[in-house]
Design a binder for this molecule. Structure first.
Ligand SMILES: Cc1cc2nc3c(=O)[nH]c(=O)nc-3n(C[C@H](O)[C@H](O)[C@H](O)COP(=O)(O)O)c2cc1C
Length: 346
């Protein structure tokens, strides 16, 4: 079937970015409910090819490409993203209590750069709302489900542990892995939690909590993943690599969006506050991945996120040491064909 995405993109790009986002999710959910989403997007089969499967963090991922956090913030379209071919879907960021996020407009396309700037600010339905959505949305999904957790915007930084622990415990039963997001630029003070000491405390407390609640979940040991920013100095990355190695965290995601704007300087939207994603982030994010890979214990896997806009970009991340990759902005610009291309890579 011909790739319909160029036409779909034309229509979506004629809408304001956030309206297009909601229209896409609604359309996907309807098409998936009717069982035609896969076929409409060029993937006329259900399930995954067994030869693409990889073992990471003790889990079997059906392939090496996943959906990055932030696209399905509410956990409302998990099986729909599975139908596009994603082997794993990371939902969230979820916070303990629901919150509306920042004022609109808060999402901008920088089309000629194949980039997005967002300052969404963790708009999400809270733990309860997300769990309710999941009862419907993950039906039929046979991939790996990651749940990305954070803190409410009005929780003071000194109380951050309360929020992460509440989210961790709240979503534990539904998650295949849990990511602690310490790297969104849109929640004041969040990135300060990436200091080596604070990050070490967080990992240890999450590990203690896991040991405490594991038995009541049939012995299920959910991997703990930390997601970091690309805007860290080399020394900070090295200090974090030491913390990751010493604590034996289960995985790391490099990277979230950047607050750098050099690559898009001069664009009318370049100075919008928020995080920049997509093509301008590709190379830098891969460099951070490579540095972390060289500094951290080999057994801890890295998930590469940041400007995967083509199979070649995914290849560069695998070559730099990624076990898996995730895509967000690449899906907006290139559509589901990108997911298939990466999933089918050798
Ligand atoms: C609109 C938007 C919202 C996002 N929201 C989140 C989020 O809630 N939590 C998170 O960990 N990352 C979030 N991200 C970051 C992505 O998960 C990803 O790490 C980043 O965009 C880099 O990948 P990309 O270049 O493929 O988009 C968001 C990104 C975008 C574009």
């Amino acid at each position: 079937m011909a790739d319909l995405y160029p036409l779909v993109r034309k229509i979506l790009f004629s809408l304001d970015a956030e309206t297009a986002h909601h229209a896409t999710l609604t359309g996907m959910k309807v098409a998936d409910g009717l069982g035609v989403l896969g076929c409409l997007t060029g993937r006329c089969k259900s399930g995954y090819d067994s030869e693409s499967a990889v073992e990471v963090m003790g889990l079997t991922f059906p392939n090496r490409v996943g959906l990055a956090a932030g696209l399905d913030k509410k956990g409302e379209a998990v099986s729909a993203f599975g139908s596009l071919g994603f082997g794993h879907v990371e939902i969230g960021t979820v916070t303990p209590r629901p919150q509306p996020g920042n004022e609109k407009p808060r999402l901008f396309r920088l089309k000629q750069h194949e980039a997005i700037i967002n300052r969404m600010g963790f708009n999400n339905p809270g733990i309860e709302g997300m769990l309710e959505n999941l009862t419907r949305s993950r039906k039929g999904f046979s991939g790996v489900l990651g749940i990305n957790i954070g803190k409410n915007f009005d929780t003071p930084n000194e109380d951050f542990l309360d929020d992460y622990l509440a989210c961790f415990e709240g979503v534990y039963g539904q998650a295949d892995y849990i990511t602690a997001n310490l790297s969104s630029p849109n929640t004041k003070g969040l990135r300060d939690l990436q200091s080596a000491d604070t990050c070490c405390t967080l990992i240890e407390r999450l590990q203690e909590k896991r040991a405490e609640i594991q038995d009541s979940h049939g012995g299920k040991k959910v991997p703990i993943v930390i997601k970091i920013a690309p805007d860290l100095a080399d020394d900070a990355i090295k200090a974090l690599a030491a913390v990751f190695s010493e604590t034996g965290v289960d995985g790391v995601i490099t990277t979230n969006t950047t607050i750098e704007r050099d690559a898009v300087a001069g664009h009318p939207r370049a100075e919008e506050a928020g995080g920049l994603s997509g093509a301008p982030l590709t190379e830098h994010s891969t460099q951070i991945l490579a540095l972390l890979r060289s500094e951290m214990e080999d057994s801890i896997p890295i998930i590469g996120s940041g400007g995967v806009m083509s199979a070649a970009d995914a290849r560069a991340k695998f070559d730099a040491g990624a076990a898996l990759v995730q895509v967000y902005t690449g899906l907006v610009y290139h559509g589901p064909a990108l997911v298939r291309e990466i999933a089918e890579m050798d």
